[in-house]
Design a protein around this ligand. Structure first.
Ligand code: SF4
Ligand code: F3S
Ligand code: FES
Length: 247
């Protein structure tokens, strides 16, 4: 059964803005993006919102629904209160207009991570890996770059000044994917610790809770990488024999 409700959408630019109420009809089975599109089609033709696949695969439609980061296209109206909801842009990144943010912070952090470096002389096609190693990095590759984990992490959500020293959970998984790759020859840990701020993460697990790809960011990437960083720093055998390297 359909019903009517109020959708409160943040409207504005980097200079400022406010929540605007839109009374709107909701049909059974709809998601928040359907309702936002109805507002755009009937009452606010200039409303800015990013979306593309409408299937939880492109990562474009990230926003905050009643203050919780989520994908507009994957959040069912039936899971939300029936009288009113608020839809606001990602809080951690600067607003461009309405629900559209400037997420270039994330692309800058991505560029800082050196690419995969296989052993010299090993050509593509000659790579041999255990299936377990393939599966481990496969989980991390499910990332759709929606930046929900980045926006929810309090280290930068509540502390703008931490941004230069913190890459965020999405890039902790990228480091983990490469560091756990049996054919990668770089030691990723110094950058992860000294430049990308792994130590600032205090394992709140909020990133894992919001990840639409259901990647176990904290348990499978962050905690193992924290252990690897500590292992390298404090292992007395490694101090005696620094040439030792273990993947
Ligand atoms: Fe989105 Fe999950 Fe990737 Fe973070 S790790 S950007 S929440 S898909
Ligand atoms: Fe942030 Fe995730 Fe750590 S939310 S504090 S990166 S566990
Ligand atoms: Fe692609 Fe929502 S529109 S993830």
């Amino acid at each position: 059964m359909g019903y009517r409700m109020t959708v409160r959408i943040w409207r504005g630019t980097a200079e400022g803005g406010a929540l605007v109420d839109y009374p709107v009809a909701v049909a059974e089975g709809e998601v928040v993006l359907d309702v936002v599109h109805r507002v755009q089609a009937t009452q606010a033709g200039d409303l800015a919102v990013r979306w593309n696949c409408k299937a939880g695969k492109c990562g474009s439609c990230s926003a905050e629904i009643n203050g919780r980061p989520g994908l507009l296209c994957m959040t069912r109206m039936s899971t939300l209160p029936r009288d009113a909801i608020t839809v606001t842009p990602l809080r951690t990144f600067p607003v461009i207009r309405d629900l559209v943010c400037d997420v270039s912070f994330n692309y800058r952090k991505a560029q800082e991570i050196p690419s995969f470096a296989p052993p010299a002389g090993l050509a593509p096609g000659e790579y041999r890996m255990w299936q377990a190693d393939v599966e481990r990095s496969q989980e991390f590759r499910k990332c759709i770059e929606c930046w929900l984990c980045q926006t929810v992490c309090h280290v930068i959500r509540d502390h703008e000044d931490n941004k230069p020293a913190f890459a965020g959970p999405r890039f902790f998984i990228r480091h983990a994917e490469l560091d756990m790759h049996p054919l990668d020859t770089r030691d990723r840990r110094p950058q992860l610790r000294n430049v990308h701020g792994l130590g600032l993460c205090n394992i709140t697990k909020c990133c894992t809770e919001v990840c639409p790809a259901e990647i176990k960011i904290t348990d499978n990437a962050i905690i193992p990488m924290k252990e690897r960083v500590v292992d390298r720093r404090y292992d007395p055998l490694r101090r005696l024999f620094p040439a030792w390297r273990r993947k």
